[in-house]
Design a protein around this ligand. Structure first.
Ligand code: ATP
Ligand code: MG
Length: 179
């Protein structure tokens, strides 16, 4: 498993919760030896009891099966790399999930394909806005779909040329901060 797949899962939770805006910040700091990400949404939020219960696989809003694995799997992955996760939420306001890993830990999963992950989310959920930031040792790449949609003026992100442009933009942005 890769961290980008956990990110996809957690962002999917935000989408299911009815968020209009999902903000993802990935920070890599090799000096502090930390890889962390924060996912903040303005979805329906969770009660205090739900937040406490959500670390367990037996807590789910799913109806098709009785276990929810997104959060427990991420928790396990973070702890395997000497890290942790923390969820804060308020009903009717939104949810924030913070996950931290030791960057150099031998058991830290690779970050994976962030450009592909963001491309997938942005094109599949056109009605939702995403603010994505990724920084590596202070070098930052930022994508705000609200800005992109403004420029596109109603042209769909699913249009072949637009979709290809976006993937290219994301791939180049990732490459620029990682050299
Ligand atoms: N961002 C969020 N906003 C509101 N509720 C959330 C959020 N994230 C998780 N939840 C609640 O916590 C439950 C557990 O989430 P988790 O990702 O662990 O499992 P799941 O989404 O139910 O199933 P799976 O991820 O395996 O498809 C969700 O079903 C949902 O009720
Ligand atoms: Mg989930």
């Amino acid at each position: 498993m890769e961290i980008s797949l956990h990110i996809l899962d957690i962002m999917h939770n935000s989408i299911v919760a009815g968020a209009a805006l999902v903000e993802l910040t990935v920070i890599e700091d090799t000096k502090k030896d930390i890889l962390s990400f924060t996912i903040k949404d303005n979805g329906k939020g969770m009660s205090k009891e739900m937040v406490e219960a959500v670390y367990s696989p037996f807590t789910t809003g799913r109806t098709t099966r009785k276990v929810g694995l997104g959060i427990p799997l991420l928790k396990q992955a973070a702890e395997a790399a000497d890290g942790s996760i923390k969820i804060t939420s308020e009903l009717g306001v939104g949810t924030e999930l913070f996950a931290q890993f030791t960057h150099s830990h031998i058991d830290r999963q690779p970050l994976g394909d962030m450009a592909g992950t963001m491309h997938q989310l942005i094109t599949a959920f056109e009605d939702i806005d995403f603010l994505y930031r990724h920084s590596i040792n202070g070098k930052e790449f930022l994508v705000d779909t609200r800005e992109i949609k403004n420029i596109l003026g109603g042209v769909s992100l699913k249009e072949n040329e637009v979709s290809l442009w976006l993937l290219n933009y994301l791939t180049e942005g990732e490459a620029e901060i990682s050299d």
